[in-house]
Design a protein. Sequence first.
Length: 525
Amino acid sequence: MKGYRATKRERLMLALRASNEGVWLWDLVSNEIEYSKKVLEFIGYPAENVPHLFSHLHTIYHVDDAARLQHTLDDVFSPNGPELFGENCRFKHPSRGWVWLRIRGACVRDENKKVIRLAGSMINITKRKQAERALEEERHLLDLFIESIPVNVYFKDKESRFEMANTATAEKMGMQSRDQLIGNSDHTFFSAEHADRSKQDEQTIMDTLEQLNGTLEKETYEGRRDTWCITSKYPWLDNNGKVKGTFGVSSDVSDIVEIQTRLVSVAKQLKQRNEEYEEELNLANEVQQSILVKNIPPLVTDDCRVDFYPEYHPMEALAGDFYEVVTVSKDTIGLLMCDVMGHGVRAALVVAMLRGLISKEVEHAQQPDKFLYGLNEGLTKIMHRAGIPMFATALYLLIDIKNKTLTFADAGHPQPIVLEGDKYRQLTVDKKKKSPALGLVRDSVYHNQIVKLTDFSEFLIFTDGIYETVNEEGEELGIEGVIEILQEKLSPTAKTTKELLKALRDYSGNKGFNDDVCLLNIATK
């Protein structure tokens, strides 16, 4: 409307609306209090049910804030109290939980200095408080991080004066606390030559914004022995990308540098020892390989023949996978497939222990369950005495060609894959008959399973190196994948082992295996 001029109250309300603040007025004579719509919006109450914001504070404000607000109000109500007050308090919102309110007010007094009216504004500052808490937490995490890492961390301003550092840096400079370090530069602690060089490096970093990575520095002092450190320095930028200074990370390597002259001799000794160790490993590998029965004689009767086709490919010089042949009689043979946890010397030692235990358990070779029980008792006893957490999975098969049966028991080992007719599948075992690996629990019970030799033309026993083969995409083959390869790519012949290994190498992209490979095919006809 032409010529219209807003009243002072209208201008005030417009300004308050623009600032997103609410207003309140408390008449202490009548004890009536008025709230603007914005205040009601902040506290979440309708006008007819709104609580008195300055009465019974403990029921509507957080316990930590109610006492403080009451103290502020008491101070205002005193005859010589302040005219203005302000507090940030957590208010119990009926549906949102605690919300932060910034409450500001001013008082009107009568001729006796008694407060007769309070008026003020209010605004919801919950988001700001949340942001402040998040920032405080980030600062705490940063401080916790730089204090916990065993290196020197520091920030410097444009004049190369320390603005922040961890305790490790302060202690290196001879300070009792990191606060004593703030405001000082390298010239306070190092020789002028080193301090000048360091400052020049930092100036170059600030000018070019290029970082300095892994530089070996000799630190020289006045009256102290020199030290060496590996230092990385970076430009320190603010949120707008403007240079604030530099920050760096350094690690003391004085001890390493000081013994550098001895490293050549030590390296030579290590090389000689490594060659000796490698020679011993090769010898141990030869012994391991020589113990394996590579040509297992077939079992033959007038109407049946069983042939054996083993494959053994250790990933390292010493392996934890192995198989063992136990001759029970001219018609019966025992086969143990075993996979010891891990690789290298420790696994090889457990293999040696198991082979020693096998010789003691030969009398139970005709009973797979008792055979595995004996191995477990012996290995568990040794591992418990040595305090070494090692175990081995195992599968023991007893082949009786006279009775045309195959009896087997397992200790946490994968079940055999069999060829039944023209289809490969994995033998299943009753869940109640599953038993733990060797070396874990004493008095473990193992269970026999019996199948007819004539029901199958192949029995494939193996260790996990077969089905843990990984392709170029990082996908593990799995036992189902092995069966699929056998079914689709191989012909049921006595050469299954070699054909399977070739197919597995193709699957891996000719990268080889990630574990020891031990494979034995038992072919019947």
